[in-house]
Ligand binder design. Structure first.
Ligand code: NAP
Length: 245
């Protein structure tokens, strides 16, 4: 039997490409899922596909409401929280000399500050259970840097360092906090890249293809399960070999 069966799990960014695949894999493991995002139509579509999942529309930019969101989501799941997958994220690319403060702040606020607050209030719930798994989605460019992404790369590198600190704080409480760093994955986010640039990216990937959302979801299943109980503060690279940390 899967160790994820009946586990109460929140997935943020569930309405996006990678989030959809994470929900689908967790559903197959018979987890009890709460899927969230800002687009209700996309969440409803997910619900029609995976009948007994719960959905909750929430904009994670509302920092002052994240505690309330975690409380509501946990109640929807039945009162306790076993795992959260912090997958929501955005890009607002620009060369540094053209990047305005709003582009910088929005990406840091959504990708890093919201992830921190989601972790904070999830940990409070998990301490009651004396167990928990937190999986934060970073990015390969958080390790390598990338042109036009000073804001995004800073946010994704920040997620990794923050997760290490949290894991040192809460490992003794049986809470595992780990990251996944996807390489270039075929979703709406990478659809924005023009074909020529995409070909140049693929040329640098030893596996010779973009990743699939399911490649990331597979790593989520591992980090969410009891197979990863002794892994803490770690980052799993899922990038077809383009970067080896
Ligand atoms: P995506 O299809 O654009 O999905 C992004 C998700 O984030 C959507 O579900 C979106 O929800 C949610 N989101 C954005 N802003 C939000 C907000 N203010 N409040 C709540 N939810 C919000 O992108 P993806 O490719 O699946 O990316 C998922 C994660 O993987 C991101 O963290 C991304 O940085 C990371 N990643 C992706 C790649 C890649 O190549 N695709 C590579 C490395 C890392 P709504 O649409 O409902 O607003």
């Amino acid at each position: 039997m899967s160790s994820l069966k009946n586990k109460n799990i929140i997935v943020t960014g569930a309405s996006g490409g990678i989030g959809n695949a994470i929900v689908e894999k967790l559903y197959k493991e018979e987890a009890n899922i709460l899927a969230t995002g800002t687009k209700i139509e996309k969440l409803e579509k997910l619900k029609s596909k995976f009948d007994n999942i719960k959905i909750l529309k929430f904009d994670i930019l509302q920092h002052e409401k994240i505690e309330e969101f975690i409380n509501n989501a946990t109640n929807e799941l039945g009162g306790s929280l076993d795992c959260i997958v912090n997958n929501a994220g955005i890009t607002k690319d620009n060369l540094t000399i053209r990047m305005n403060l709003d582009e910088w702040k929005k990406v840091i606020d959504i990708n890093l500050t919201s992830t921190f607050l989601m972790c904070k209030y999830s940990i409070k719930k998990m301490l009651k259970n004396k167990a928990g798994k937190i999986i934060n989605i970073s990015s390969v460019v958080g390790h390598t840097g990338n042109v036009g992404q000073a804001n995004y790369t800073a946010s994704k590198a920040g997620i990794i360092a923050m997760s290490k600190s949290l894991s040192i704080e809460y490992a003794k409480k049986n809470i595992n906090i780990n990251c996944i760093s996807p390489g270039f994955i075929s979703t709406a986010m990478t659809d924005q890249i023009d074909e020529k640039h995409k070909e140049a990216i693929i040329a640098k990937i030893p596996s010779n293809r973009l990743g699939r959302p399911e490649d990331i979801a597979n790593a989520v299943i591992f980090l969410g399960s009891d197979q990863s109980d002794y892994i803490n503060g770690e980052t799993i690279h899922v990038n077809g070999g383009m970067y080896m940390g």
